[in-house]
Design a protein around this ligand. Structure first.
Ligand SMILES: [Zn+2]
Length: 345
């Protein structure tokens, strides 16, 4: 078998040297070291040899394979170098292939646009984990222990933590607001920051609702925050995002963590206020709840509500994207349908 190996090597080297064409070289490579080659056949029989032979023949077979591969590369370079432009396997006169590129998801794009808008107003961008605790998503935010919203949020609780203390009772965050106290505990006040992220609710999916969706919250905490400065912030942000003046209205809203609370609506840009599926045919779309942060929330963040005040908004990113592009079904965003996503290139 040893002689056979050496013969394969010598014959192989001779044959490779004589070739001057890349296709022939490729054929020969297949013949000498391919799956059906004699050399590969020897590889397969090695396991039936004695231990000593296995070592010796195995090592030499591998070595020969390496030598042949190197020789093939060497010859290939030689052939290519000797070619004139006209013989080149690359036809420079052929039209190029279209390179297709990816594109940012419209929600990501909206998130970046909002980040830019807020950064230009001196805000910081903050993020935390998707898994939070009952303490941060409810207790700190002025939800009393028997508050109906604790059930209404349809929170996904993490198995095995049900009977633990509220700090250790874990869940997929049903909203982002818990991050506000976490940030303030760490950084203190004054503060102005945004905290975008995904939130989770065990809801029925329809054209306006998803089980996992993005939110984008913003909070200013300072000594003299007036309601008017909050409204100016909202107007400025919407104008930056849509590049034009957007009609906004406010209705009274109730959320445990704000007092007073508001529902902030914008005129539906899909139908121009005439009424469509997205705005449930009333011409307005809820885009963000907001309000003045509740004194109890400031207390959870170790801040004195006599000294500090805050203005909070929660922007529905998907709603804004629907407004920007006139999309009328929220489920399209997570459908992974390229016919939909490629439109945003
Ligand atoms: Zn509409």
């Amino acid at each position: 078998m040893k002689d056979k190996l050496e013969q394969l090597l010598n014959d192989g080297l001779e044959k490779i040297k004589k070739l001057s064409n890349l296709n022939d070289l490729e054929d020969l490579e297949r013949e000498l070291i391919g799956k059906k080659s004699e050399l590969n056949g020897i590889f397969k029989t090695i396991k039936s040899l004695s231990e000593e032979e296995k070592k010796e023949i195995g090592a030499r077979t591998t070595e020969i394979r390496e030598i042949l591969i190197n020789k093939f590369h060497e010859q290939e370079t030689k052939i290519i170098e000797s070619m004139s432009v006209l013989d080149s396997p690359i036809d420079v006169t052929l039209p190029g292939k279209k390179v297709s590129s990816g594109v940012l998801h419209p929600i990501t794009q909206m998130c970046y646009d909002l980040n830019d808008a807020f950064l230009s107003l001196g805000f910081e961008v903050f993020s935390e984990d998707d898994i939070s605790s009952e303490k941060f998503v409810f207790d700190n935010l002025n939800f009393s222990p028997d508050h109906p919203a604790r059930q209404m949020m349809d929170t996904y609780w993490i198995k095995g933590t049900e009977n633990k203390s509220s700090n250790e009772r874990l869940c997929l965050r049903p909203h982002l607001t818990g991050a506000s106290v976490r940030y303030l505990l760490k950084n203190g006040a004054p503060a102005r920051f945004v905290y975008p992220g995904r939130v989770y609710r065990n809801e029925d999916v329809d054209s306006g609702h998803e089980r996992a969706f993005f939110q984008y919250e913003a909070l200013i905490v300072d000594k003299d925050i007036s309601f008017a400065s909050g409204m100016v912030m909202i107007q400025t942000i919407l104008e930056k995002v849509f590049g034009k003046k957007v009609n906004v209205r406010m209705r009274e809203g109730f959320f445990p963590f704000v007092e007073p609370g508001y529902e902030i609506d914008m005129e539906c840009l899909v139908c121009g206020g005439k009424g469509c599926k997205v705005c449930k045919h009333n011409g307005w779309v809820e885009v963000m709840p907001g309000g003045v942060i509740h004194p109890n929330v400031l207390k959870s963040a170790n801040l004195d509500p006599e000294e500090w005040t805050g203005f909070y908004i929660n922007i529905g990113l998907e709603r804004l994207v629907m407004m920007r592009y006139g999309i009328d079904d929220i489920r399209l965003f997570h459908s992974a349908d390229l016919r939909f996503l490629n439109q945003f290139k």
